[in-house]
Every structure is written in structure tokens, then in C-alpha cells.
Design a protein around this ligand. Structure first.
Ligand code: IMP
Ligand code: MG
Length: 177
């Protein structure tokens, strides 16, 4: 892949700056603390895109927490979903209160597949927290309980989100299209 495909991150327009992200993550943390009271929670982090979000969110939580990871990959190096999804093996989550932590809800396919797996696992509870949700019509109905930001239908990078594995380290969320 040629470097011309990757403009420097500071030339990409900012959609949500790091300050707004930080404040919103604090709000989400407070809400989750209130909702779960002191019930232990398992954060099920969907890799790789939500690694920064989860790191920041987890540090806002005052409830007892376990952090587990699941790997979902569908985009390869494209900006449009290939429709094919690979999921890694699930940790043992029986009787746990599970909060799936996602980076972005686009078509909803990834989340749908993950929830489908989890629903057969005999959990105490299952909810979803996504940092971003694209405002697009979806065939797949999955309404996360916690949404950081509703965004327009743009391809975004930064704060964990990549294009062909680039830009994950960028502190703001920026548009690449
Ligand atoms: P979905 O299955 O179409 O909802 O896509 C979800 C996954 O695709 C996310 O977890 C992201 O990893 C990736 N994705 C979707 N939209 C974007 C985007 O705008 N930028 C970067 N990654 C994206
Ligand atoms: Mg990705």
C-alpha cells in the first residue's frame, strides 16, 4: 500500500476533539457506575478499535470489573465492510454481567454476530456501550444502551479507529473521506 493513501493525521478534519471525547467518556463512566451499582461487571472489549476507549472508560469505573477481549475483524483494509466476519473464541462468561465495549456501530453486523454468540452463554445480563454510532438506516436492529456520539455517515479514524491499521494512535476522531 502506498504512503500517498495515508495523509498526515493533522491534515484530516477533526470531527470530535480529544477534550470532548474525554468529557463524554467521563459521563458514560458515571452512568455505568450508577446503573450497575456495585454489581461486578465484565467489560468485553471488541478488538482492536475499542482499546483506547475501553482503557479510558475502565478508569472511570468504581464498580468491580473484569476486562476480557474478543477479536472481530471484517474490514480487512477497506473502508467498506466486506460482510465477512471472523470472531475469536469467547472467554467463559457464564453468570456474568457483560458490557460489550465497541468502537463504532456502522452496519451493525459485527455487534449482531457478537450478541448472537453471547445470547447462548447464560449470562446474568448483556448490554452494549459503543463510542460512536453512525446515523444510517440499518437492517440489523441493535440499539446499544450506551452511545458516546451519534455521527454522520463518514469514515473516521483516530482514538483507536484505523484505516488499514493506521491512525489508531491519533488523539482526536478525524474524517478520512
Ligand atoms: P459494522 O459491522 O459494519 O457495524 O462495523 C463495525 C466495525 O467496522 C467497527 O468495529 C470498526 O472496527 C469498523 N468500522 C466501521 N466504520 C468505521 C469507520 O468509520 N472507521 C474505522 N473503522 C470503522
Ligand atoms: Mg478496523
Amino acid at each position: 500500500m502506498s504512503e500517498t493513501e495515508f495523509p498526515p493525521s493533522n491534515t484530516l478534519p477533526v470531527l470530535i476533539d480529544s477534550d470532548r471525547i474525554r468529557k463524554r467518556v467521563e459521563e458514560l463512566g458515571r452512568k455505568i457506575n450508577e446503573d450497575y451499582k456495585n454489581q461486578p461487571l465484565v467489560l468485553l472489549v471488541v478488538l482492536k478499535g475499542s482499546f483506547l476507549f475501553c482503557a479510558d472508560l475502565a478508569r472511570q469505573l468504581s464498580i468491580p470489573c473484569r476486562i476480557e477481549f474478543i477479536r472481530a475483524s471484517s474490514y480487512k483494509d477497506a473502508k467498506v465492510s466486506s460482510g465477512q466476519l471472523q470472531l475469536s473464541e469467547l472467554p467463559d462468561l457464564r453468570h456474568a454481567n457483560v458490557l460489550v465495549v465497541e468502537d463504532i456501530l456502522d452496519s451493525g453486523l459485527t455487534l449482531h454476530k457478537i450478541l448472537e454468540h453471547l445470547r447462548s452463554e447464560n449470562l446474568a445480563s448483556l448490554e452494549v456501550c459503543t463510542l460512536l454510532s453512525k446515523q444510517i438506516p440499518r437492517d440489523i436492529q441493535t440499539e446499544p444502551k450506551y452511545i458516546g456520539f451519534e455521527i454522520p455517515n463518514r469514515f473516521v479514524v483516530g482514538y483507536g479507529l484505523d484505516y488499514a491499521e493506521r491512525y489508531r494512535e491519533v488523539p482526536d476522531i478525524r474524517c478520512l473521506d
